[in-house]
Design a binder for this molecule. Sequence first.
Ligand SMILES: Nc1ncnc2c1ncn2[C@@H]1O[C@H](COP(=O)(O)O)[C@@H](O)[C@H]1OP(=O)(O)O
Ligand SMILES: [Mg+2]
Ligand SMILES: [Mg+2]
Ligand SMILES: [Mg+2]
Length: 357
Amino acid sequence: MSLTYSAERQVAVAAVRRACALTSSVFNKLVRNETLTKDDKSPVTVGDFAAQAVVNTILSRTFPHDPIVGEEDSNDLRADTGVSLRERVVALANESLTAPLQPGEDESWGVGPTQQRTTEDLLAAIDRGNYEGGRSGRMWTLDPIDGTKGFLRGEQYAVCLALIVDARVELGVIGCPNLPSPDGTRGAIFVATRGHGAFQLPLAPAESLATDERGERLRIPAFTPETLNLLESVEKAHAKLSFNEKVARLLGVTRPPTRMDSQAKYAALARGDGGVYLRMPVGTGYKEKIWDHAPGSVLVEEAGGIVSDSRGRPLDFGLGRTLGENFGVVAAGKEVHAKVIEAIQRAKEEEAKEEGQ
Ligand SMILES: Nc1ncnc2c1ncn2[C@@H]1O[C@H](COP(=O)(O)O)[C@@H](O)[C@H]1OP(=O)(O)O
Ligand SMILES: [Mg+2]
Ligand SMILES: [Mg+2]
Ligand SMILES: [Mg+2]
């Protein structure tokens, strides 16, 4: 029987919940000059930095020896001579960390409010995320705001955390503050432990909720070509959407794709809102990051699906901070997955013919 990782699950869920509350409140107050552009031209906000400081601080209290592969680092904040960005991050992180005990939190796992931290403590906490990754041992991987562009548009984004042991993802937690539910509310948290299923929990649990709540179990349903549709990026620079169109046609898909930012796509797939997550490289040599796929992959696998690259090879989380040689990502229920891999081959042949003309 596989390990249940109960302590890790409790701590990870609590950390993601606190970070989601933080990012939601930041969005409502965000001003233009609280966003920086990183060297790779992608945006990062005070919310990304503060959420990474909060999650890493919470993880490090219970698991002080676990390394963390986090997306952000503190270099730009330290270099910020205007002080304002840095101080905003510190204030936001402290507000989140010192907030009273939340429903669903269990102090016996070392989860709950902490003391105020200094600026240096919090910058160091962000930099706990600088682990290079690798094939052996335990490590966490964190994307404090996955889909920053979606976050800035007020659309989908996710706070994503996973525990990887010997290159295998054992636990994944995805907080989606803006994901709509059929009952008209917004926000949900998704949790999967390898061998123990995928679950959806309320983002803000009711006061009465027991601390060992398991939530609603998720299973990917069966699809026909009529009910199937693709889940894909909003940003054209992140995935080759013209290729997705070919694959959809070859699969006989008639419904339009659902475009959403972030690993909310994996969450939607796990609960049956869309049948295929397809992400093909745009050809710029960008290497996918482990924090962009680790929690989503265990969630979909535990909901009965398969996650691979576009050639059908498993994603390799043991190569460092990136997925290395994996080419694209395909996630879907078992039957659909095999058909998608086949359709990708045919779409590639079509593309080669078109280019040869
Ligand atoms: N050039 C790129 N190609 C593919 N993905 C990228 C690229 N630049 C950033 N990303 C990351 O892709 C993910 C978003 O993909 P999607 O379009 O599916 O939402 C994010 O993790 C985003 O980082 P970030 O976490 O900084 O938002
Ligand atoms: Mg980013
Ligand atoms: Mg990301
Ligand atoms: Mg991010």
